[in-house]
Design a protein around this ligand. Sequence first.
Ligand code: IMP
Length: 434
Amino acid sequence: MPTTVIVGAQWGDEGKGKVTDLLAERAEVTVRFQGGNNAGHTIIHGDEVFKLNLIPSGILHPGNTCIIGNGVVLDPGVLIGELDDLHKRGVDTTSLRISANAHIIMPYHLLLDHEGEAKLGELKIGTTKRGIGPCYADKADRLGIRVQDLLDEKILRKKIVTALEPKRQQLRPWAKDPSLDLHAMVEEFANYGHRLEPHIAETSLIVHNEIKAGKEVVFEGAQGALLDIDHGTYPFVTSSNPIAGAACVGAGIGPTLIDDVWGIAKAYTTRVGSGPFPSEIEGDIADKIREVGAEFGTTTGRARRIGWLDLVALKYAARLNGMTGLCVTKLDVLSGIETLRVATTYSNNEGAVFDEFPYHQSVLHHSKAEYVDLPGWDEDISSARSIEDLPENCRTYLNFISEFLDVPIVLMGVGPERTQIILAGDRALSFARN
Ligand code: IMP
């Protein structure tokens, strides 16, 4: 049975939740391996809309073991809120397993995230202010609080005191903030530990054993390749590695256990937060795409920046991830646009042309996209269920993408409902049959 890593191929928000949800229907295990509640997945099941930030979307499928891996940074209050909401709606959450090694987002991480952004002023990253960066920083600094620490109040207190010591200066403006009261903090987080204890496990062993037993496992990435801390548009990135290689580190398995990597990309591009975006557009077409595509953040509600499909960046993402399949989502949003522009190279003011994603930040900042224009289509494609149902211009658009990237398209999204998809290719067709 295959193991598949699902990753964002752009700047996040590509519709990974929907694809994971589809695969999770058949898979036996779903694993989150990085990021935290900076991510947000909206999943539509019949009349019900589920918004999940931390719990893998497999939770909506009975019998699916859901894992929050060691690479995730976890805000326990948010996690418990999600568990409570799912209980209220009759979803069984007993299969959730949380790595004892995952790091905990503490109240001071939230304050430091706010403070860091405020200090940067105009240079701000535009973080989700969920404490993600400061939590990963403490992990690297070996000052982090891990899930297992919540289970021993004495250790927890000691570790919090040690973690707070070097931050005293930065946290001075909040010296009296109730969220920083040591006694209350220890009590609150020890209580989270009691509540989460039945879910805490050696998740790396579970994943390993499930794969060895031939189970189908889906690894659910958050954010996207261009937000990767090593390979993205640094410093305008998140603080983890959203690329496929991180699935191994963040779940605790070896790379030889991964069969497939599916990259998810919208039929156009969006970005939230600051940073370079060579194919960005403004004006009527951008407004229309934002409105039709509901391009407002699930986590923060922010309006997303809009751009044409950027194949220079997508080719980079395909390479970084070793993509074996591409899922093109939100194809329906492009209906009714006369001419579709697709970025195939970048150029700068000095006349240089780049056909690979520039590695130098200054070059990237001064790059603008150069386009190939393709004819659009007028038809409503939301009820298309096979490639043959799509208008010819739409098929030409998809072929152009696939040939440019040399990656087969395995899935297309033509509407928000989980049934509004078109599957292609051998692997994908096997899902359709089941
Ligand atoms: P952080 O992850 O909150 O530190 O934010 C760092 C950057 O990543 C900011 O530009 C965020 O807008 C962006 N980001 C983080 N998570 C997501 C996501 O799930 N979708 C899109 N952008 C994200």
